[in-house]
Design a protein around this ligand. Structure first.
Ligand code: S3P
Length: 435
């Protein structure tokens, strides 16, 4: 098990973050279904994106990294039945979205994952997939992996999502591509729309009417589409760590280029502006999934309320926003975020515990937390365990850059799932990291 020791430091400068994890995995799946070889620029070279790609290779796609790009040769709609279980590693997105495709195209496959993934709820995809006619076995203790999928001959459904989840929405839409008839999903709140944008880029007809999204199924053979070039922008969720690290430091500056600016992902920018930081955004590409440049000038932050429709659009940023809350004047109140309890770890419990170790005043709520700052941060004597959650490890590392001593974070291999360059980038921005 690996560990890193992080020292206090002033962070600032310029950095480019690796490819978006959500988009990379969706591209891996769709390029694998296409006819011909797709070139993918900016594919995330992280473990989650690799697990998804390997699963597609087990079902007949070919993938090769060459000259800084990834080339995926698709199966033209004919996925092969995998001989071994698909090992999805730590990837919830890979598992839930791919389950929709596997169920749709009528092959049988088993899916397994690491300890964290094996504790995450999969009943949320079993329910709609079974309504469509698939048979989904979950042999974990509480509706968890391992999962056995046997599908085919699916029927389109109308499905009101019980929670705001882009993964469940995408699973149903992907299964719906292979169903007979129309599939409609209705979201309780808007969530990230990368799947919809990729369908549009591939000319797969999709109707979007507010929170209601429909596609006409192609039947079990699925849609036929040609390979193409995909550009994956930098991951806003990775950029978020540096945005907060600089936003909370009066006088500090940060420049990030080629970073995803999909409005369903960037609610952290609205929050951090509300808290007092100066943010300048330049969109360089508007079509498809937009991207561009973010400049941050740090300031004295004040607390805010984060709730409602904002939550799904910053769901992965809440651990680092809790750090921003600890550095801000007054209360930062995070509500409506119970989904955080079923992420790679229980992120409410983990962040509350970690903030308390640093001497931050924090109150745990069922669906969030209230963090009151500004804290006089004290580096805890104890070692911190990430509990296998990449975003907890990175949030604690950024928090400690504001502290008064060195801290060791254990179990940091998980950072490689989304951001293998994180520690090197921390040093590039002026941080000191050992281990
Ligand atoms: C993701 C959606 C979100 C997010 C996850 C990636 C996606 O999960 O937390 O990191 O790629 O669709 P939910 O849709 O389950 O909220």
């Amino acid at each position: 098990m690996s560990a890193k020791t992080v020292f206090p430091a002033e962070l600032g400068g310029s950095v480019n973050v690796p490819g978006d994890k959500s988009i990379s995995q969706r591209v891996a799946m769709l390029a694998s279904l296409a006819e011909g070889a797709s070139k993918v620029i900016g594919y995330l070279n992280g473990e989650d994106a690799r697990s998804t790609l390997s699963a597609m290779e087990q079902m007949g796609a070919k993938a090769e990294f060459k000259d800084d790009a990834l080339y995926i040769t698709g199966v033209a709609g004919e996925l092969q039945q995998p001989e071994e279980p698909l090992n999805m590693g730590n990837s919830g997105t890979g598992t839930r979205l791919l389950a929709g495709i596997v169920a749709g195209c009528g092959i049988e496959a088993a899916m397994v994952g690491d300890d964290s993934l094996s504790s995450r709820p999969m009943g949320r995809i079993r329910h709609p997939l079974e309504l469509m006619g698939a048979s989904i076995g979950l042999s974990g203790k509480r509706g968890t992996l391992p999962m056995m999928i046997a599908g085919g001959n699916l029927k389109g459904i109308g499905y009101l999502l019980p929670m705001a989840s882009a993964q469940v929405k995408s699973c149903v839409l992907l299964a719906g591509l292979f169903a007979e008839g129309k599939t409609t999903v209705i979201e309780p709140r808007p969530t990230r729309d990368h799947t919809e944008k990729l369908f549009q880029a591939l000319d797969i007809p999709i109707q979007i009417n507010g929170l209601e999204i429909s596609i006409e199924g192609y039947g079990q053979k699925g849609p036929r589409f040609q390979a193409r070039e995909f550009v994956v922008p930098g991951d806003f969720s990775s950029a978020a760590f540096w945005i907060v690290a600089v936003a909370a430091r009066p006088g500090a500056e940060l420049l990030i280029e080629n970073v995803g600016l999909n409005p369903r992902r960037t609610a952290l920018l609205d929050v951090i502006k509300r808290m007092g930081a100066d943010i300048e955004i330049t969109v360089t590409e508007e079509k498809g999934d937009p991207y561009g440049t973010i400049k941050v000038r740090g300031g004295k932050l004040t607390g805010t309320v984060i709730e409602g429709d904002e939550i799904p659009n910053l769901i992965d940023e809440l651990p680092i926003l809790a750090v921003a809350g600890a550095l801000a004047e007054g209360a930062t109140d995070i509500r409506d975020a119970a989904e955080l309890r079923v992420k790679e770890s229980d992120r409410i419990a983990e962040m509350v515990k970690n903030l308390e170790l640093f001497g931050v005043s924090v109150e745990e709520k069922e669906d969030g937390m209230i963090v009151t700052g500004p804290a006089n941060l004290k580096t805890p004597a104890a070692v911190i365990d990430s509990h296998g959650d990449h975003r907890i490890a990175m949030s604690v590392a950024v928090l400690n850059s504001f502290s008064d001593g060195a801290i060791t974070i254990e179990n940091v291999d998980c950072v490689d799932t989304s951001y293998p360059e994180f520690w090197a980038h921390m040093e590039q921005l002026g941080g000191k990291v050992e281990g």
